[in-house]
Structures are given as C-alpha cells and as structure tokens.
Design a protein around this ligand. Structure first.
Ligand SMILES: Cc1cc2nc3c(=O)[nH]c(=O)nc-3n(C[C@H](O)[C@H](O)[C@H](O)COP(=O)(O)O)c2cc1C
Length: 284
C-alpha cells in the first residue's frame, strides 16, 4: 500500500492514534536504502496490517500467492512445508480461539496456516522401506520451519507488492493441540504460523527497527555494550510510535518492552515442546 493511498470509509484506525500521515516524519515514511527497485521499495514499505475491508482478495491473487510460496527456496529440496487455506467459518473460529486475537475471527482477509510438514516425507520413506528416525531429529524440524517461514515471507512480499496488507500470527500457538485437532494435522506436522492477507483498512505508522550497528556484525558479533548510545536513541524513537492495538498511549521503549513482555502471552506459555513430541517431532 502506498503511504498516500486513501483509507476506506470503514477504516478501523482509532481516532486517538496518529496515522502514518500525521505521525513524526520517521514513522510516516518507510526506511530508505542506497539502492532502489520496485521490489526493494515494496519490502521497505512493509508494515503489519491488522484490520481489513470486506473486499475479497480474489481467487487469482490467492492462487498467485500460493504459487509464489511453492516457488520459494526449500532446504535440501525436501519441501517440508504445507499451507492450509482456511475457508470454513468453524475452522476459522477454532483458529481465532487458539490465537485469542480479535482480528483472526470473522471473515475479513484470507487466513492461511503455515505448517511444518514432515508427514508427507514420512509416508514416502515408509513406502520406500526407509527408516523414519531421521525425521524425528531436531534438525529435520528446523528444516521444515525454514521452508514454512520462507514460503510465508514470499507470500507476504508478493501480497504487499499488490497493495495488500498482511499479519503473521504467532499467536495461533496459544493452543497448539487444539489447532492440530481443528486442522486435522497428522503426526509429524506442526502449525508454525498463521498469516492474514487482505485489503488494508488502516494505515499504521512504520515501526522503527534497531539500528544497523546493533543488528549487523562484520566478521564477528556486534557487542551491544559498544552501542549503548545508539540503543538509547532508538529507545527514544520507539516511544514516538503509537500501536493501533492500543491507540490511547505511546508504546513503551524497546528495552522496556523486552524487559516486560518476553515470555508473556498464551503462545509463549503454551506447552509447545510436549506437543512437538506428541507429533513425533524434535525427539532427539
Ligand atoms: C513470526 C511472527 C509472528 C507474529 N505474530 C503476530 C501475532 O500473533 N499477532 C499480531 O498482531 N502480530 C504478529 N506479528 C507482527 C509483529 O507484531 C510485527 O511484525 C512487529 O510488531 C513489527 O511491526 P511491523 O510489521 O508493522 O513493522 C508477528 C510477526 C512475526 C514475524
């Protein structure tokens, strides 16, 4: 979505929150980079969208996004990810319940679940008389996570290039066991991440990112202690940001968020390792 794109009448931007058009300049405009292309501009213009109009995404676009996902790089060519497109209202409601986030429910935006899938290759190996033990190793699970995330990010980039908005949903892991039942997921699969795609009904600010000195190392790890001044300046910028989910106040600084929020929320407290083991994943 271009920053100048007019908002639909039913925009869910709460009036108390400055939108991208009234925010401080740094939050109003995307990051810039030395080299430009249409793809780079679209990637830099990313922001998560959590409110959608009722305009359907459309079959051609959905088929395109799913094709883009399938064209993504895949670890060892094992293709250990599967995408579930949620269309049934009852299934969507189950995902909504697992996530606990209001914008996951209803019928606005398309809902996709990115599934780590070692089941398919287990069936293939079983038929070939090959042992299944390698699929139970943590590395195999990580390969499936890599595939699922890369496919998801391809879809996000493609969707955003078309002016659509997206929201990843780690929150679906608020109830991993319930989700597995609701989606009919077999052993050796795991619902890693949800993804909403739809026509934006809000225009959030651009959320500032940690500076390069802190997040990029040359040849070795960049120690945070050497960049306390940059971190303090970043903290200051973050407090200028208004989160549309709680538009009544500025957000805490980054360091305050980390101190307060890591480990909070249902997904962070869910029995993920138990469920993985029940799914015969990450057994060793
Ligand atoms: C793996 C992953 C999981 C996420 N899960 C959620 C989620 O459950 N709910 C949500 O509202 N946003 C979710 N997000 C979006 C992040 O909150 C968002 O990317 C971050 O706050 C930065 O904001 P921006 O994307 O607008 O720049 C997720 C993002 C990622 C990458």
């Amino acid at each position: 979505m271009s920053p100048a794109m007019p908002l639909p009448a039913e925009s869910s931007v709460p009036s108390a929150a400055p939108s991208a058009s009234t925010a401080p300049r740094a939050l109003r405009e995307p990051m810039t980079a030395p080299v430009r292309s249409a793809t780079i501009d679209a990637l830099l213009a990313h922001r998560t969208i959590r409110a959608f109009t009722d305009e359907p995404v459309g079959e051609e676009v959905m088929r395109t996004l799913l094709t883009v996902a399938r064209a993504s790089a895949t670890s060892s060519y094992f293709q250990q990810a599967t995408i579930i497109r949620v269309r049934d209202a009852a299934v969507r409601e189950a995902v909504h319940a697992a996530s606990g986030q209001p914008y996951v429910g209803g019928d606005r935006g398309e809902l996709l679940i990115l599934v780590v899938d070692l089941h398919r290759n287990a069936v293939i190996r079983e038929r070939a008389g090959a042992p299944l033990e390698p699929l139970e190793r943590t590395y195999a699970f990580l390969q499936g996570c890599q595939d699922a995330l890369i496919a998801g990010q391809s879809m996000v980039a493609a969707a955003e290039s078309l002016g659509l908005g997206t929201c990843y949903l780690g929150s679906i892991l608020g109830d991993p066991a319930g989700l597995i039942t609701a989606l009919g997921l077999p052993e050796r699969t795991f619902p890693l991440l949800g993804l909403l795609v739809g026509h934006p009904a809000q225009e959030p600010q651009y959320k500032p990112r940690l500076p390069e000195q802190i997040t990029v190392g040359i040849d070795s790890y960049p120690p945070l202690e050497e960049h306390d001044a940059e971190l303090a300046a970043y903290d200051e910028r973050v407090t200028e940001y208004y989160d549309l989910r709680d538009a009544s106040r500025r957000v805490d600084s980054f360091t305050e968020q980390i101190a307060r929020m890591v480990g909070q929320g249902r997904a962070a407290q869910a029995p993920v390792l138990d469920v993985l083991h029940r799914q015969r994943l990450c057994l060793r």
